[in-house]
Design a protein around this ligand. Structure first.
Ligand code: ADP
Ligand code: MG
Length: 230
């Protein structure tokens, strides 16, 4: 029901790209997202960072900027005392990149533990022949380089989701290669299944990517989400 409301709301807008709403959609489907807030003022950014334990991640929020880090729109590991300056920097970089960009604000987000975790991708799109497809692969900066991904037609069962992990070349990375602690594989499997349910339930969702879904030994977190709706 909540997911339906979120999608209804987006229909009234002049864009078919979802950013923040996509995060709400995932929450409605029980997929963990990091704690955070979207703010349009420097003071609010400082307050938001105080509510979050430790350093934060700050990101520009704009429907005109799809690859945020390409334009310097993502700062990770920001300590509280640098939040105000970072807010100004992010806005300035976005303006510099595209002077007339619509800037919705800055997202202040809890840090995921990338040292203990691995960046993966879970995505969905619609194939004219096969219908809704779910993609799983290695995420982050390696995604284009390694092209390590696998696909299934939604909805995906639990054994199928586990098979998807088996199939990628980097599976050992998730399962504890070189003395690393294995990540929460059940969390990854559940996320694949929930996403496949979401795309099955809502034909209006044309495309959705979680990149990255950070998988750590303690759980998973969808830290960046992009979606296109009909
Ligand atoms: P974009 O893909 O638009 O450049 P992301 O939100 O994916 O923006 O951020 C880029 C990278 O920054 C991620 O792939 C990840 O390495 C890092 N990152 C982003 N958010 C977090 C977070 N909450 N915790 C830790 N690392 C993060
Ligand atoms: Mg990303």
């Amino acid at each position: 029901e909540r997911a339906r409301e979120i999608l209804e709301r987006t229909k009234e807008r002049d864009t078919n790209k979802l950013g923040v709403e996509a995060m709400e959609l995932l929450e409605a489907y029980g997929i963990p997202t990091p704690q955070g807030a979207i703010v349009s003022e420097k003071n609010a950014a400082v307050e938001a960072a105080k509510d979050i334990d430790g350093d934060v991640v700050m990101k520009i929020v704009s429907p005109d900027i799809l690859h945020k880090s390409d334009i310097g729109g993502v700062e990770v590991g920001v300590p509280d005392e640098e939040v105000a300056d970072t807010f100004d920097d992010l806005i300035a970089r976005a303006r510099n990149y595209q002077p007339d960009a619509t800037i919705l604000g800055v997202q202040v987000q809890e840090m995921a533990d990338l040292d203990a975790g691995t960046e993966t991708i879970v995505g969905i799109n619609r194939d004219p022949q096969f219908g809704p497809l779910v993609m799983f692969g290695l995420g982050g900066i390696f995604v284009e380089v390694l092209e390590d991904a696998t696909f299934r037609v939604a909805p995906v069962s639990e054994p199928e989701a586990t098979e998807m992990i088996d199939e990628i070349d980097s599976a050992p990375l998730l399962r504890g290669a070189r003395g690393r602690e294995p990540v929460d594989e059940a969390g990854v499997v559940e996320t694949i299944q929930r996403i496949s349910q979401l795309v099955t339930d809502f034909p209006a969702i044309l495309e959705l990517d979680i990149n990255p879904l950070v998988a750590t030994p303690d759980g998973v977190a969808a830290v960046d989400i992009r979606a296109t709706v009909d």
